[in-house]
Design a protein around this ligand. Sequence first.
Ligand SMILES: Nc1nc2c(ncn2[C@@H]2O[C@H](COP(=O)(O)OP(=O)(O)O)[C@@H](O)[C@H]2O)c(=O)[nH]1
Ligand SMILES: [Mg+2]
Length: 361
Amino acid sequence: MAHKKSHPTALHEKDGIEQPEIVSSDSVAQIRQYRRQQPTSEQLIAGILSGDKIALSRAITLIESTSTTHLEKANEIIKACLPYANKSVRVGITGVPGVGKSTFIEAFGKYLTGLGKKVAVLAVDPSSSISHGSILGDKTRMEELVKDENAYIRPSASGESLGGVARKTRETIILCEACGFDTILIETVGVGQSETAVHSMVDFFLLLNLAGAGDELQGIKRGIMEMADAIVINKADGDNIKRARLAKTEYNRALHLFPMKNSGWSPKVTTCSALTQEGIPDVWNTIEEYFTLTRENGYFHQKRKEQNQYWLLETINEQLKQNFYNHPDIQILLEENKKAVQNNEISPFAAAKLLLDNYFK
Ligand SMILES: Nc1nc2c(ncn2[C@@H]2O[C@H](COP(=O)(O)OP(=O)(O)O)[C@@H](O)[C@H]2O)c(=O)[nH]1
Ligand SMILES: [Mg+2]
């Protein structure tokens, strides 16, 4: 700092005086040290329970990690959070790409925070590890919700299998609930198995559809329609309003052909525009109606109990499979037997038995 400046600036007014550093190097070192320090489980738990979103994010990152020490820490945190969880309502939202899920969640989420709710948005999208977050990757479409103090948005975990991604999301729900989020929205793409996974972790399942396109065109499988507690026809605005109303009648007729649900609830069809927000309150009213009914008839709690059991078995299956396929001996043996099976040297069943016997010996 000894040299003279030819053009003094507002920050360097007086020549000949040693200029103070704008940021002291001591505090820089301190901040770096703090960032490098991994918070302890206790710190994260305390943070989550006090509603700190940064602590929440860090804990979710531990859940998503593949390192065993991280997973141990994650399990500790989940265990501590469990008594504070379970107090939210969980809504699954599906629909083919382009139907308006992101736009809908933004509008719906804003509406809910406007009602004083705390909203967490999660996603289950096993393809996102390949496409680098096709779902909720477009956080730009949720510009308003991202800024909302009472909202928390977390993109889909990546993972090698749907089972893994789904487990991580389920554990994430627990942390979000402990962090004070009372409404959990879980987005998924309406094209495959991920619907079943999401259906098995939510209380209410909502299918977004469009008017004027046949079901085949929209790629929505009958099975997904059967899972839906509500079908919401989106983009009911402008020229589309009339067609949306027509579609509503058609879907209502189609839903009557499905067998009665165990919940005692008959699925509803509504129309909305995520763009103009017309019809958004109706969607929430429908969901609340469902909760009133299923809390009264006991289905709400029954379903959660069953879901917990389902996830117990799912997790065991998933971990057994992973452990098996990651076993170094098995990996070698499997490669050998794949070739042998192709060349008809051994039957697939005999080869499977050989591998399993070897694993369990
Ligand atoms: N007219 C109209 N356009 C919409 C509506 N909702 C979404 N869109 C548009 O549809 C496109 C796809 O929306 P997006 O939310 O990304 O769909 P996603 O792929 O299901 O998440 C975007 O261009 C949105 O602006 C709506 O209610 N009305
Ligand atoms: Mg989207």
